[in-house]
Write a protein of this length. Structure first.
Length: 318
C-alpha cells in the first residue's frame, strides 16, 4: 500500500497549546505514563543548556521505563511537585540510578518562575550547578520557595494544554504513596495498597520528542515514522501504552522499551487480537503539514511474533 510511506514525506509544523511562557516554546515532548499522557513544551532558546541536557536523555531513551519516585503534597497544598527522571526498577535488583558519579552536570539557568505547570531540574542542595537527569513538575505555585533557593531552580518548560494538560499530574497526587528510601521517596502507586511489587505498581514513564502537541490517544508522527498509542487486548482485560517505529513504507515494529501496562483502559485504544485484524486502530491522528488529520479503521497484520512487526493492510478513510 505504501500509505504510511507517503506520510513520512510530509512536513511538520509546531502547534503548541501553551498558557505560561508559550512564546519561548520550541521543542515538545510527549510523556506517556501508565495512568495517562501529558505533553511539555521546552524553552530551547531561553534555557539552551538545560534543554539540550534534558533532550539528550529523551533521545537516548534514558527516561524510558523510569518511574515517578517522589511526590510532595503538603497539608493545604502550599507545596506540590511530581518528580522523576532518576531511576529504573529491575525486578531482582530494585531501583537503579540512570546516572553515576561521572555523569556531567548542567549549568544552572534560572530566569522563569516555578509556578504551577512548569517543569524544572532537581539538583543537590548547596550546589546550583548540580542538575543531571532528575526533573520535577510544579503542581502548585512554588515560586516563593524555589525561585531563590539554591540560586533558583531552572524552569525550562511547561505542561501544555492548560488545566486539561495537568489532569494526569494532578491525579498522581491523589494516589497512595510508599516510602522505600531515597530512590522511591513517597512514590505514587497505582494500587490502593502496596503489595510489594513496585515493577507493577509504580507510575512508569516513557518520553518521545514530537513535532506538535496532540492529546489524541493514538498519534502517528509522520516525520519520525513513530506511532504513539494505547492498545488493549480484544477481550478487554489488559491495555498498554506502547510505541511503534516504521522500518519501511508499510511495516512497523514495536518498541519494547515503551511498553507500559495501563491502570485503566482507554475507550479509544487500538485493539490487538480482534476478528477484523490482529491490530486495529479505530482512529489514529496523523500529525502532518500545518496540522493533523484522522484516519479510521487502520488495520495491521502481525508479520513476525519474534520481531513484533506489523504490516498495514487496510485503511478505511483519511
Amino acid at each position: 500500500m505504501q500509505f504510511f510511506g507517503l506520510l513520512l514525506a510530509l512536513s511538520i509544523s509546531l502547534q503548541a497549546q501553551a498558557q505560561i511562557n508559550g512564546e519561548h516554546i520550541r521543542s515538545i515532548v510527549r510523556i506517556s505514563t501508565n495512568i495517562g499522557d501529558f505533553s511539555i513544551g521546552l524553552y530551547d532558546e531561553a534555557t539552551p543548556k538545560t534543554v539540550a541536557n534534558f533532550l539528550g536523555y529523551v533521545e537516548r531513551g534514558d527516561y524510558n521505563q523510569t518511574y515517578i519516585h517522589r511526590t510532595a503534597n503538603t497539608t493545604g497544598g502550599e507545596f506540590q511537585i511530581v518528580q522523576g527522571g532518576g531511576f529504573r526498577f529491575f525486578p531482582y535488583s530494585g531501583p537503579d540510578p540512570i546516572v553515576n558519579e561521572n555523569t556531567p552536570t548542567v549549568e544552572n539557568e534560572p530566569g522563569f518562575s516555578n509556578v504551577r505547570g512548569t517543569i524544572a531540574m532537581a539538583k543537590v542542595a548547596g550546589d546550583p550547578d548540580s542538575a543531571t537527569s532528575q526533573w520535577f513538575i510544579n503542581i502548585s505555585d512554588n515560586s516563593e520557595s524555589l525561585d531563590s533557593q539554591n540560586e533558583g531552580f531552572t524552569v525550562f518548560g511547561e505542561v501544555l494544554n492548560g488545566e486539561a494538560g495537568m489532569e494526569v499530574l494532578d491525579s498522581m497526587l491523589t494516589l497512595q504513596t510508599v516510602d522505600l528510601g531515597p530512590r522511591a521517596n513517597f512514590a505514587p502507586i497505582v494500587t490502593d495498597t502496596y503489595i510489594g511489587q513496585p515493577d507493577e505498581e509504580f507510575v512508569f514513564v516513557n518520553m518521545e520528542l514530537v513535532d506538535r502537541f496532540s492529546d489524541a490517544t493514538n498519534v502517528f508522527e509522520a516525520s519520525q515514522g513513530l506511532v504513539i498509542s494505547s492498545v488493549r487486548t480484544a477481550d478487554g482485560d489488559l491495555a498498554f501504552s506502547v510505541n511503534f517505529s516504521f522500518i519501511d513504507e508499510d511495516t512497523m515494529e514495536l518498541n519494547v522499551d515503551s511498553l507500559l501496562r495501563l491502570a485503566d483502559i482507554p475507550e479509544d485504544a487500538a485493539i490487538f487480537g480482534g476478528d477484523i485484524a490482529p491490530l486495529l486502530f479505530p482512529e489514529i491522528e496523523v500529525s502532518a503539514g500545518q496540522g493533523s488529520f484522522v484516519c479510521t479503521n487502520v488495520q495491521f497484520e502481525l508479520e513476525s511474533e519474534t520481531s513484533l512487526r506489523f504490516t498495514v493492510t487496510a485503511v478505511e478513510s483519511c
